[in-house]
Write a protein that binds this ligand. Structure first.
Ligand code: SF4
Length: 406
């Protein structure tokens, strides 16, 4: 029997959430306005969470809410009421790292499952068993585990304990975010959801007395002396992840755009479905990652400590190959034209590329009609609604993009 595998996507705001569900996520994770470790994403009010829960449930999907910031005494004020309100909103799980918060959640919302956040750094089966005995239904594994370690853990923890693992997105150079670089350099706390990612900055050594002379920092065979981790990308290896016993495959990125979420979810959805139906990996899916925009990639610790291969010591930032220019807002009209909401300028004569769960292909823009029925040569205004002819039967939620001039 095919194992039930969950594709879990980030939802930093409502648009990303809808894109994640549309492109095939089985579940999304999101934050309320507090406690959620992504202070600069849009995040959701309590009413918005209730509405989001209705939306995802109507599509047969789930929503998990993060409560995984580092909690001080003052943060517990009002927490019990907040957790109870989330339970009333029918959320499907809480993502928590602090045992004190777990205790509050179990008391205030005993029916809502608890997923142990990766911030709790579960790196061995003894910890995993311990947390399960405390009522945790799922452990989100530390990113620093190998697939062999995960497979061993899977065999030795109760079947009722689910294992979730990251498959795509940013890595931290410290153990799953236990890091004060951002606090030190910018005053923005990484463990309060406000990391400025100074690990990605370019560093030089500067010795007092050498009058403004800077020395570049290099890596050597003993390791690397810069902090810039490559991003995790397991798209061609989803089969290895599933075989190791991870049943929820998580994409990082609550600060990312709906377009990014759509591209990445679409690629992983196809890769997972292909693997589960016995098809070989479709190499063309890799192009989708570049179209979304990317940094240099690594397979993280899954095949062993990547050492210097996990670091991007030359700051190799590949260009995003496509620009997002529109999202489909309605089915074709009687003249065969699609209703598009503009997200980037496009013009008659340009070639657009389709991002859709079901359709792929290119088409030339032959006409642009404004909402008032005027014929136009381009669509330069952000979020204006226009009609364009398209040879494909696209649906509401599909997106179009155009190749960048690099
Ligand atoms: S500075 Fe970098 S390593 Fe530190 S928490 Fe932020 S992203 Fe992670």
């Amino acid at each position: 029997m095919t194992k039930k595998i969950e594709l879990l996507a980030p939802a930093g705001g409502r648009e990303s959430l809808e894109a994640a569900i549309y492109f095939g996520a089985d579940a999304v994770y999101a934050s309320g306005k507090t406690y959620g470790l992504r202070a600069f994403a849009d995040n959701f009010s309590n009413d918005e969470i209730a509405d989001a829960a209705k939306f995802v449930h109507s599509h047969g999907s789930k929503i998990y809410i993060t409560l995984n910031a580092i909690f001080h005494e003052c943060d517990f004020v009002g927490l019990e009421e907040y957790v109870a309100a989330l339970a009333d909103a029918n959320v499907d799980a809480f993502i928590i790292s602090d045992p004190g918060v777990i205790a509050v959640a179990k008391r205030a919302a005993p029916d809502v499952p608890i997923h142990l956040s990766t911030q709790a750094n579960t790196t061995n089966l003894y910890s995993a068993r311990f947390w399960h005995e405390q009522g945790v239904e799922r452990v989100i594994l530390s990113r620093e585990l190998t697939l062999d370690e995960i497979a061993t853990m899977r065999k030795q923890v109760p079947e009722t304990l689910e294992l979730e693992g990251f498959v795509h997105g940013a890595m931290c150079i410290s153990y799953s975010g236990r890091c004060l670089l951002s606090n030190y350099f910018t005053g923005r706390g990484g463990n309060q959801g406000a990391c400025a990612q100074p690990c990605r900055w370019e560093y030089h050594l500067h010795e007092k007395g050498y009058g403004g002379e800077y020395f570049p920092v290099y890596a050597d065979e003993r390791g690397t002396y810069v902090f810039n981790s490559k991003d995790l990308m397991m798209l061609p290896h989803v089969g290895d992840i599933i075989d190791a016993g991870i049943t929820s495959l998580k994409i990082e990125g609550r600060m990312k755009s709906a377009y990014y979420v759509g591209c990445i979810v679409n690629a992983y959805r196809h890769a997972i479905d292909d693997y589960q139906s016995g098809k070989p990996f479709d190499e063309t899916l890799l192009a989708e990652i570049g179209k979304a925009g990317s940094r240099a990639f690594t397979t993280g610790f899954y095949y062993g400590n990547p050492r210097e291969d996990g670091q991007d010591t030359v700051r190799d930032v590949p260009q995003r190959t496509f620009d997002f220019v529109g999202v489909v807002r309605g089915e074709k009209d009687e003249n065969g034209r699609l209703l598009i909401e503009q997200r980037g300028k496009f013009s008659v004569g340009e070639t657009l590329d389709v991002l859709s769960p079901n359709v792929s292909g290119l088409f030339e823009v032959t006409d642009i009609i404004s909402e008032k029925g005027e014929s136009r040569q381009s669509a330069p205004h952000a979020q204006e609604i226009v009609l364009i002819s398209c040879p494909f039967d696209l649906r509401k939620g599909d997106m179009v993009r155009k190749k960048r001039e690099l």
